[in-house]
Design a protein around this ligand. Sequence first.
Ligand SMILES: Cc1ncc(COP(=O)(O)O)c(C=O)c1O
Length: 449
Amino acid sequence: MQTGDGGVTPGRSPRGNESGSRLDRWLDSYAARTRGMTASEIRALFAVASRPEVVSLAGGMPYLQALPLDVVGRSLAKLVAERGAVALQYGSGQGDPGLRERILDVMAPNRVVAHPDDIVVTTGSQQALDLVTRIFVDPGDVVVAEAPSYVGALGVFRSYQADVVHVPMDADGLQPEALTQTLTDLKRAGRRVKLLYTVPNHHNPAGVSLSAARRPEIVRIAQQFGVLILEDDPYGLLGFDGDPLPALHSLNPEGVIYLGSFSKTFAPGFRVGWAVAPHAIREKLVLASEASILCPSSFSQLAVCSYLEDHDWKHQVGVFRDLYRERRDATLSALDDMLPSAEWNVPNGGFYVWLKLPGGLDAKAMLPRAVTQRVAYVPGTAFYADDQGLTHLRLSYCYPTPERIREGIRRLASVVDAEMEIQSTFGATGMHHGQSPNRRVYAPSPDLT
Ligand SMILES: Cc1ncc(COP(=O)(O)O)c(C=O)c1O
């Protein structure tokens, strides 16, 4: 084993390592669509943020310790013993009919009404995002998306060379007037808008939900401009107050593709999500999925199906809701106590607080110092296809315990205070990141050196 630059690390082939770190001899051969494929800020962060000494408020990982893992384990063993020949076999490209039937119950609280035939099971909702974009978006087509937007969706849109145009949100979600204006401008400019991508419930990363009053408005505007809505709803059952609001799909099933997922309400490791789409679109989705993966994992689908059948999954969703509510509260009270100079939203569900730093501080430039102080977050710029988001960051409260959250925010606040001090001493554009004053303030923590 070699170490050092270009060296070999265990588990990686020398060739793979070389292509990552040295000149890529195949550079001229890549398809044009790969130009938009760059590592997201989250990905680059994971290696450091996953160290135990770092309080990671970065990744949106569900707290799986709250699942009855022994029960799940027994159910998996039973599945293989009793139905292994089916569970470990290829299956239908559209997904297991039994699971599709069960998914109807899961969507009922969000008032998505469908037939099992309308559902396409996918490898997480991420694959559904990919399939929908693949069948609709040609290079240069416009996808209208909230500002900010889920980083994984932006990655998909980029990989199909879509032009993402953002529309602002406020505390009630996507702004209808701004949407109308944007669609009018795009129409005048002769641009082809293929999709309106939206996360109406407990938005990632903004933490807000589209209000009940705005839902029919957004659907009407999309209809008026002939734009298909891509409704991405992995957090719909994770609201902290009251019943879920009706999905956009329930207001116009012919004009909306609805995406769901078991990642946040059960476990992301199974990689089971789904799309509900109008008939003709559904046919294309199945063909696209078969071309890509043949069929979703039979084992995962039957595992999820057994879980839904044999376990009180609604109770478990309630357990998750209570747990995340407590962590949301811990985050907000720690911010109130320790970082009152920042601004943030109050999420009514989901995993995320969207925070604006004081004094125009640059969240991306501050991140290395934060990690040195053993706290991680995702800089706001990751969630935009353009240059917005510099002074924002996303905090995920789903994984750390309330005590760790408080400690993480204490560390974050100390970094922000130090940055503010530097700014007041040297000015916003004066000696800034990486220069000597920082070294004094941010003595590297022993854990990370
Ligand atoms: C808004 C949104 N959509 C889609 C996904 C992808 O989820 P899945 O695990 O179902 O692929 C995520 C995951 O964080 C998400 O936050």
